[in-house]
Ligand binder design. Structure first.
Ligand SMILES: NC(=O)N[C@@H](O)C(=O)O
Ligand code: NI
Length: 172
């Protein structure tokens, strides 16, 4: 029987150990362009490590996933952060885990967050996460991450099987 990961609402505070929430809510702004524009400054930290890397902007179209969603692997990008920002108000599921003492995901602390369509995430370098899980409909995303020739994606098959069925751990 797979282990259930109950969903949590995605908030800046709860996601802080894993990265940044890319959203206007919970962030300050200041006026620019003669007050015609609000700038929500530096809401995500772009991290680029190693010699040959540069920050790049890509686009991605994620295929739809439906509950129950099986989780059997996670990945990480040790050389840089990776941001996923929905362009079309598409919710997605964010599965993350801390790094364990064995330099594998700490499966006992795996977590799943429901990202609303107005929220993006920026995984900090080395954060274990599941590849994109767009929910219920195809979704387009802006991706900001490290572009370079050095391999930058560690994949890890989990010892346990997990499932996200759409039930919540907290009030939402
Ligand atoms: N490889 C890639 O662009 N996508 C994954 O890293 C992912 O997090 O979805
Ligand atoms: Ni990734």
């Amino acid at each position: 029987m797979p282990n259930l990961i109950k969903l949590e609402r995605l908030t800046k505070a709860k996601f802080a150990p894993f990265g940044d929430v890319i959203a206007m809510e919970d962030n300050d702004w200041f006026p620019i362009n003669n007050g015609t524009t609000r700038r929500y400054h530096h809401v995500g930290k772009v991290q680029i490590r190693g010699d040959d890397g540069q920050a790049g902007i890509s686009l991605a179209r994620g295929g739809a996933f439906h509950f129950p969603i099986s989780v059997s692997m996670l990945e990480r990008h040790p050389l840089g952060s990776q941001a996923w920002i929905p362009t079309g108000n598409t919710p997605f599921i964010v599965v993350v885990a801390p790094n364990g003492n064995d330099d594998r995901p700490d499966e006992s602390n795996i977590r799943a967050f429901y990202a609303e369509g107005h929220q993006g995430v920026n995984y900090h370098a080395g954060t274990w996460h599941h590849p994109l899980l767009t929910l219920a409909q195809q979704g387009d995303f802006i991706v900001v991450d490290r572009i370079g020739t050095t391999p930058n994606c560690d994949e890890c098959d989990l010892h346990q099987q997990f499932v996200v069925d759409g039930s919540y751990a907290d009030d939402h």
